[in-house]
Design a protein around this ligand. Structure first.
Ligand SMILES: N[C@@H](CCC(=O)N[C@@H](CS)C(=O)NCC(=O)O)C(=O)O
Length: 216
């Protein structure tokens, strides 16, 4: 069978694409990749043209006539097919905890997304902190420190061992680092562990070589 194709948005900006990419990398799956630049006149048409059921959103994974889309299902697909062991905690309640924080990430943090979008080229501190953004930041730090305190014995990631929850929160690490968001020591150490992941470093390298700059 040929390798699946992972369709991504610009690596500098597309936080959902980063999650999908890390999910496949964490699972040790082999794939080809292509980037469809966002915010272009033909962006949606190019996405829709990729196959039956192709959504006008990235990431999506295409294998023959099959399309897997929306990051949550991509993460589940990667975890089910992982060549590198379990990517959800094996304990039922820890697994539910991991899925809960991924679901919270997927459906929430609207103010953070709007005010501090991922932009891997930015290096300026975020000065303005409206209350809804502060609330989102505080909640994320609470999620991280709670996980790290509970699961620190088994490793440096949210659930000790690397899991899909780390893929879900990696773009937040990028946002906090690029905009110098003040964080507690536990969160800082967690952020450094994620930043140092080889797959994330590769992604940043690719992002820095992209030619597309989006002003907004
Ligand atoms: N719920 C989707 C969200 C995907 C999404 O919004 N992706 C953005 C890029 S980060 C996109 O495709 N935008 C295309 C557009 O709006 O034109 C997921 O989890 O994958």
């Amino acid at each position: 069978m040929s390798k699946p194709l992972l369709v991504l948005g610009n690596k500098r900006y597309s936080s959902w694409s980063l999650r999908g990419y890390l999910a496949l990398k964490f699972a040790g799956l082999d794939f080809e990749q292509t980037v469809i630049p966002l915010f272009q006149e033909d962006t949606h048409a190019r996405m829709k043209a990729l196959g039956p059921n192709a959504p006008a959103r990235v990431p999506m994974l295409i294998q023959g006539d099959h399309v897997v889309w929306d990051t949550t299902s991509l993460m589940e697909f990667a975890a089910e097919n992982s060549k590198l062991g379990d990517l959800w905690p094996t304990d039922m309640f820890e697994r539910a905890h991991a899925r809960s924080i991924c679901a919270e990430m997927h459906s929430g943090f609207v103010a953070l997304r709007e005010h501090i979008p991922m932009n891997l080229s930015r290096k300026d501190p975020y000065e303005d902190q409206p209350e809804d953004v502060r609330t989102d930041i505080d909640r994320i730090l609470e999620v991280w420190t709670d996980c790290r305190k509970k699961y620190k014995e088994s490793g440096p990631y949210l659930f000790g061992k690397l899991s899909m929850a780390d893929a879900a929160f990696a773009p937040v690490v990028a946002r906090f680092k690029s905009r110098s968001i003040p964080v507690d020591d536990i969160s800082k150490a967690y952020m450094e562990s994620i930043w140092a992941l080889p797959a994330f470093a590769e992604w940043r390298e690719d992002a820095s070589n992209e030619k597309w700059i989006i002003d907004q």
